[in-house]
Design a protein around this ligand. Structure first.
Ligand SMILES: Nc1ncnc2c1ncn2[C@@H]1O[C@H](COP(=O)(O)OP(=O)(O)O)[C@@H](O)[C@H]1O
Ligand SMILES: [Mg+2]
Length: 218
């Protein structure tokens, strides 16, 4: 069981004038899908950046299993896996190489990584034929699913997604939503998705709202 906590977290961008959050305290548990809703500009992506270990809070702390997160590189490699809204796939690498990458990074041998990557691609309902294609040859929905497969391949206890269903057709949105639910309930991951999509939160175990720099429960 993993536990992720924000403890009195405030955040201001180095060149920003205002605090995006003020004294946010919240706890997230494994086995649950938590959604965080909020209007555009509310600070959802910023919050996910902190939870992803891409920046440190201006004040307060992020705690993983009770320990303050200080080494962001190690946190990103071993604790949190994130899918950014823009996916950030490796453009010069094939779909398969994108998905094997995190496993090779963690020391898995090439053959096993390839086998597992194909399983992850199947899980996100991508045709194995796509494995040899480059991201630029994939549709938006396919790219999102490759980004999901790559993040899943890290197999970290925390799984984060920024607007995972934005700009997707209904069918692909549903695939993505089902993956988030299954990562939480079947794999026991701690899953957090920030979204302004009204449908995804209906499937969530915990629904939070980001308003005026504060996280509120339903
Ligand atoms: N790098 C940055 N520097 C300064 N301000 C930023 C930066 N990135 C985002 N912001 C500001 O932070 C606020 C929250 O943005 P964001 O987290 O992207 O909101 P959301 O994802 O909810 O739409 C916005 O007012 C935005 O202009
Ligand atoms: Mg955003």
């Amino acid at each position: 069981m993993s536990k992720l906590e924000l403890k009195g977290v405030s955040f201001k961008y180095p060149r920003g004038k205002r605090m995006i959050f003020q004294n946010v305290t919240e706890s997230f548990a494994s086995g649950k899908l938590t959604t965080i809703e909020g209007e555009s500009g509310a600070g959802k992506s910023t919050l996910l950046t902190l939870l992803s270990g891409l920046a440190l809070p201006t004040r307060g702390e992020l705690l993983m299993d009770g320990e303050p997160v200080r080494d962001l590189t190690s946190y990103r490699r071993n604790a949190a896996a994130a899918v950014a809204q823009a996916n950030y796939l490796f453009e010069g690498r094939t779909v398969l190489e994108n998905v094997t990458y995190p496993m090779l990074l963690k020391g898995l041998d090439g053959e096993s990584a390839k086998k597992k990557a194909l399983e992850y691609l199947e899980e996100v309902k991508l045709d194995g034929e796509l494995a040899s294609h480059f991201p630029s040859e994939c549709s938006g929905g396919e790219q999102k699913r490759v980004a999901f497969a790559r993040a899943m391949a890290l197999d970290n206890p925390v799984f984060l997604a920024d607007e995972p269903t934005a700009n997707l057709d209904r069918g692909t949105s549903r695939v993505i939503a089902d993956i988030l639910v299954s990562l939480a309930r079947e794999r026991g991951k701690l899953v957090i998705a920030v979204t302004h999509d009204a449908r995804l939160p209906e499937l969530a175990d915990v629904r939070l709202f980001l308003r005026g720099g504060v996280l509120e429960h339903e």
